[in-house]
Write a protein that binds this ligand. Structure first.
Ligand code: GLC
Length: 843
């Protein structure tokens, strides 16, 4: 690992697993992971951040060290483009930006701490921006905007802070900000960035576990983003005090602030994730159904749960061990009576095709007989009070010390502790309580249920109060966990699940939304919550299916299973002392519905996996609000109870009890029901019958959906029938619609070396026929299937008699293809080929 001080930024270049990663340090804690496109074991130069909006940097190797310097100034390519960067030695870069609507300004990125500030031509913005640090303390009240004054008086904070006001208007919609209660559009409330363990969440509870200071601001047909890179406390007053303004207040004397141009929300998310990092491709098993409870105990109960899934033929890929697997909650130990032979248990579970995920909490029991504590003390990795004494908080094991994850040595120490889990075959790590939660805090004020301000984190020479690093604590813990995978399982993709997180958490971990309730309200709120997480750059998200606290009942459980079936992360979990919440715990009807929902997910895994690949490559979320796909349709701006799974599927879950029907809005274009044959025109509302068995799912016309048999786990793919199902949904328009299929081993990192197969489908329509082009674009992996079993949806009954289909290969010869018409759908078999082919359909 090389470490050097650049003239502009402090840069760390390290070998993270097998990949080069480059991190830009800012404030000593947030690190932008920027080498996502970097090759492995190769030198390369690349634009670290996206050229259009950020600073292009060049990485060059100099012996053992790497030098990073601004690349040659690019020509301005748009009015929002980077208009030039200071010379190679220059300590600053100035980027002209169009500040939201028409106000021009300069985003100045300065000094090696990565501070940035906006200088705007708008005097109001400039005045607010200028009120930094000391200037802020001395500024007369009269110079501040009423909104800012109101924020200050209401919150009584940020006396030493920094405030920025953004002009908006009353029609604007807002999205992002991480994990929030409330509707999809975040207008009309003030949100605090302060990771908090709040299991008592109700309608307007704020903050929760994840704070992501990215706000998407949509108005006048345009969407821009503002991102505040500050891991301490800040507030976003989103048209709350003043319906035409957003005020951002940060408790610090400097901030890094980014304006991220659109023009659509997808552009903002793509650019923001180019800056803060994108999800690594997870192992395929992480996309399966997972089962958890607080806690399955002892080992034979865990095994019995796994066996039930197999006996009842319900697909499942992973089972979780909550805190009782540990020896009196000492992290990195095993309970000697309940889990005496962890290796054997894990082996048995693996034999059943189940992966094992263990919980890890940051609080380390203060115990002179416990190695993780004594070794940690010896290596000085725990957080201390300002007077230098060890900080003693309290978590599950009683008195507990908290690792200071801002220290490199503490992260190394933590990653080494995982040997105790991985040596027994554990597959994934679940990082909980990492806000961090501390029981010695204020039980009733959950923002203070955390170590107090006089705890100091060292940040390798930049000591500050723990408050300053509060929100990034979880990211740094996850980074240590990620390092443990690189250390002990270098051949496998990591799977880490986290409760807390800050900007950039997506590059390290999947996120679940913490302690929800088994209630209809919490089922409903989970949808906009997950959607805004996706818009905040975090693609791999899910809520505890069935609800964590309290007892679900059959109808709620069945509806939750359906609603979660096409969310990115699907895990059933429940609290201590609740009734059983496994798929079979609510009677035969609910079990059938749960099985069908999970099978639906497994049958769509080839499609879902391609959505994850897209998220990995572009940052676009798997689960998307309609506004992301249909930004120009005003109806979509506030729809929160429907979502897109990738580009192709629209899901309209039932979120209320006794709902025999629900309203579904189909955006413009043409749609099909998932297994339907009838083309439905969009731009209208449908009233849809929703008996308990039914989850309304629609497919965009023109899409090709890859599906397979739902097997008992993702590991059972080799038992597949040898055919992959392709559902082709004809469209009436001539413009080709693209769909992508991605295959690899689902487990290793070989895909970075091109060992994957990628196939692009392009379907174009027309009055008398349709054409499907199947073009493999990467052939580095042999998938388990040999042929596609194609079903063509959308043929009009009067065309069935004359329907013909021909295959055109690279030799341009036309060959008739045998095809069967059943149930008004055309069915045919197409052998998988390494050459592009066209299927020409005519009628
Ligand atoms: C926290 C977690 C929950 C877990 C429990 C016990 O409440 O959010 O998921 O089951 O701790 O570890």
């Amino acid at each position: 690992m090389a470490h050097l001080e650049g003239s502009q930024y402090e840069i760390t270049v390290e070998v993270c697993g097998q990949f080069w990663s480059v991190r830009l340090h800012s404030e000593g804690a947030l690190e932008f992971f920027v080498a996502l496109t970097g090759g492995r074991r190769r030198e390369r130069s690349f634009a670290v951040l996206e050229r259009e909006s950020y600073l292009p940097l060049q990485l060059t190797r100099e012996g053992e060290l790497y030098r990073i310097a601004p690349a040659a100034s690019p020509a301005p390519d748009s009015e929002n483009g980077a208009g030039g960067v200071g010379g190679a030695d220059g300590p600053r870069a100035e980027l002209p930006v169009t500040w939201l609507d028409g106000v021009r300004g300069t985003l100045r990125v300065e000094n090696r701490r990565g501070d940035a500030m906006l200088e705007s031509a708008d005097p109001a913005v400039a005045a607010e921006t200028a009120s930094r640090a000391g200037a802020n303390a001395g500024a007369a009240d009269a110079e501040r905007s009423p909104a800012a004054r109101a924020v200050e008086s209401r919150r009584a904070v940020a006396r030493d802070g920094l405030r920025l006001e953004i002009k908006s208007d009353q029609d604007a919609c807002f999205y992002g900000l991480g994990e929030r209660t409330g509707a999809l559009d975040k207008r009309g409330r003030t949100y605090q960035m302060w990771n908090s363990d709040d299991p008592f969440q109700r309608g307007a509870t704020d903050p929760l576990y994840q704070s992501i200071p990215l706000l998407l601001h949509a108005r006048n047909g345009r969407c821009d983003g503002v991102f505040l890179d500050f891991p301490g406390r800040s507030w976003f007053d989103v048209a709350d005090t003043d319906p035409s303004a957003v005020t951002v207040t940060a408790e610090n004397d400097s901030i890094s602030f980014f304006v991220i141009p659109g023009p659509g929300p997808a552009d903002v998310v793509r650019r923001y994730t180019a800056l803060s990092g994108r999800m690594l491709l997870p192992p395929l098993w992480a996309l399966g159904y997972h089962q958890s409870r607080y806690s399955y105990y002892p080992d034979h109960r865990v095994q019995a749960i796994a066996e039930q899934f197999r006996d009842r033929d319900i697909p499942c890929d992973a089972v979780y061990l909550d805190i009782h697997y540990m020896d009196e909650y000492r992290v990195f130990t095993w309970d000697p009576s309940g889990f005496p032979r962890p290796s054997r248990l894990v082996e048995e579970l693996h034999r059943l095709g189940m992966r094992v995920v263990t919980i890890v909490d940051p609080g380390v029991k203060v115990d002179a007989e416990y190695r993780t504590f004594t070794e940690g003390m010896r290596r000085d990795v725990f957080a201390r009070n300002a007077d230098g004494s060890l900080y003693r908080g309290e978590v599950w094991p009683g008195e507990a010390a908290f690792p200071d994850f801002t220290k490199r040595e503490a992260r190394r120490f933590w990653s080494e502790q995982h040997h105790e889990l991985f040596s027994h075959g554990v597959d994934g790590v679940w990082n909980d309580m990492n806000e961090p939660a501390d029981f010695t805090g204020d039980f009733f004020d959950r923002t203070r249920f955390t170590p107090p301000s006089n705890v100091v984190l060292e940040a390798d020479g930049r000591p500050r109060s723990i408050d300053h690093y509060h929100n990034v604590y979880a990211n740094l813990m996850c980074r240590a966990t990620a390092d443990s995978f690189a250390r002990y399982k270098p051949e496998e993709r990591p799977f880490i699940l986290t409760r807390a997180g800050y900007a950039g958490i997506q590059r390290l971990a999947a996120v679940w939304t913490g302690d929800n309730d088994s209630s209809w309200d919490h089922l409903a709120v989970s949808i906009p919550m997950l959607l805004n997480m996706g818009l905040s750059g975090v693609a791999f998200v899910g809520a505890d299916v069935g609800g964590f606290q309290g007892n679900a009942e059959p109808e709620l459980f069945a509806r939750w299973m359906q609603a979660a079936a096409l969310t990115p992360f699907m895990r059933g979990h429940t609290a201590l002392g609740t009734r059983d919440h496994e798929p079979w715990s609510f009677g035969p009807r609910a079990e059938r519905i749960a099985r069908d929902a999970i099978r639906l997910r497994y049958s769509l895994l080839p499609y879902l996996y391609a959505c994850f690949v897209e998220a990995h490559r572009s940052g676009l979320p798997v689960m998307r609000p309609l506004v992301l796909e249909f930004f120009d349709d005003p109806r979509c701006r506030r729809i929160w109870d429907q979502f897109m799974c990738g580009e192709a599927l629209l899901v309209a879950p039932v979120l209320q009890p006794a709902a025999e029907r629900r309203l579904v809005y189909l955006p413009r274009g043409e749609w099909y029901e998932l297994d339907g044959n009838e083309r439905l025109s969009g731009g209208r509302d449908l009233v849809v019958d929703t008996p308990l068995e039914r989850l309304p799912v629609y497919v965009r016309a023109g899409k090709v959906l890859a599906r397979r048999q739902a097997l008992r786990s993702t590991a059972a793919a080799s038992e597949d029938s040898g055919e992959l199902e392709l559902s082709v949904y004809l469209s009436g328009t001539e413009d080709p619609v693209r769909s992508v299929l991605f295959d690899d081993d689902g487990l290793s990192n070989d895909h970075y070396d091109g060992r994957y197969r990628e196939t692009v489908f392009e379907l174009s329509g027309g009055a008398g026929g349709s054409m499907l082009r199947v073009a493999p674009v990467q052939l580095g992996y042999a998938p388990p299937y040999r042929a596609y079993r194609i079903t063509v949806h959308g043929l009009a009954p009067e065309t069935l008699e004359s329907f013909r289909i021909e295959l055109v290969g690279p030799d341009r010869e036309r060959r008739a293809v045998e095809c069967k018409i059943a149930d008004e759908r055309a069915q045919l078999r197409l052998p998988v080929s390494s050459e592009p082919v066209e299927l020409r359909m005519s009628w």
